[in-house]
Design a protein around this ligand. Structure first.
Ligand code: MN
Length: 241
């Protein structure tokens, strides 16, 4: 199983989740929401071979945390993974959108300077602006759009720009999510949960619950679950090559 976007440090009992990961053979990208959280989260997952930690500065926190951009830039050479970063254009965050853009551009500039980064990107209600930023920083690395919720034409543009997509079970229970997923390049798809922020059937999703997304992807692709799993593992191997 693969969970390419969750927040291990924000689960109420991260140790329980980490123990579960060992048993369930799950590959995880644990994204952080501020550069200050990166070090502690990296310590937390030490010794877990299948877990990586992203260096992030969440768009919803930019208003209070923009001063951590310098810390972000100084830590960037230490990790291949960046996230959660991006833009949020929902009404609650719109007041900070100019500052968000400024910070996101600085992040992409820094990524282009070091090269070779993989980025887990938030684009809620701001897909076009996120794609503009990606387009204007061609060397910034490989963008993985997490929980994509744009329009079909934005999806086409994202695919043309070489974006990957991480898809969660919550996305695949909506008609819109299924339709978008059908239009995504199959060799650029990974699974995610966005746990602990997603709840299904009254329970917080755990990284191995991405099996639900694998089952739904198998259905969409018209193949069996094992084949879908193999396909996703092959995608991950290719991305990390
Ligand atoms: Mn997230």
């Amino acid at each position: 199983m693969i969970d390419f976007h969750c927040h291990l440090d924000l689960y109420p009992e991260p140790e329980l989740v980490l123990n579960g990961l060992k048993q369930k053979n799950t590959y995880v990208l644990s994204v952080t929401t501020t550069p200050l959280a990166w070090h502690g989260t990296s310590e937390l997952v030490k010794g877990f071979k299948r877990v990586r930690v992203g260096l992030g500065l969440h768009p919803q926190l930019v208003l209070e945390r923009s001063n951590e951009i310098e810390l972000f830039i100084s830590l960037l050479p230490k990790t291949r993974y960046v996230g959660e970063v991006g833009l949020d254009g929902t009404p609650e965050c719109r007041q900070s959108i100019d500052m968000q853009k400024e910070v996101f551009h600085l992040i992409l500039d820094a990524c282009a300077k070091v090269g070779g980064r993989i980025l887990s990107i938030h684009s809620r209600s701001a897909v076009s602006s996120v794609l503009d930023a990606i387009e204007s920083h061609p060397g910034a690395g490989t963008p993985v759009l997490h929980w994509f919720s744009g329009t079909p034409s934005e999806l086409d543009r994202a695919a043309k720009l070489g974006c990957w997509f991480s898809i969660g079970p919550a996305m695949l229970i909506t008609k819109k999510g299924v339709r978008l997923t059908e239009g995504m390049p199959r060799d650029k798809i990974l699974t995610e949960t966005d746990g602990p922020f997603t709840v299904q059937d009254g329970k917080v999703l755990m990284p191995w619950d991405t099996i639900r997304a694998v089952k739904l992807l198998a259905k969409i692709w018209g193949i069996d679950i094992q084949a879908a799993h193999n396909y996703l593992m092959e995608n991950l191997r290719f991305l990390l090559k």
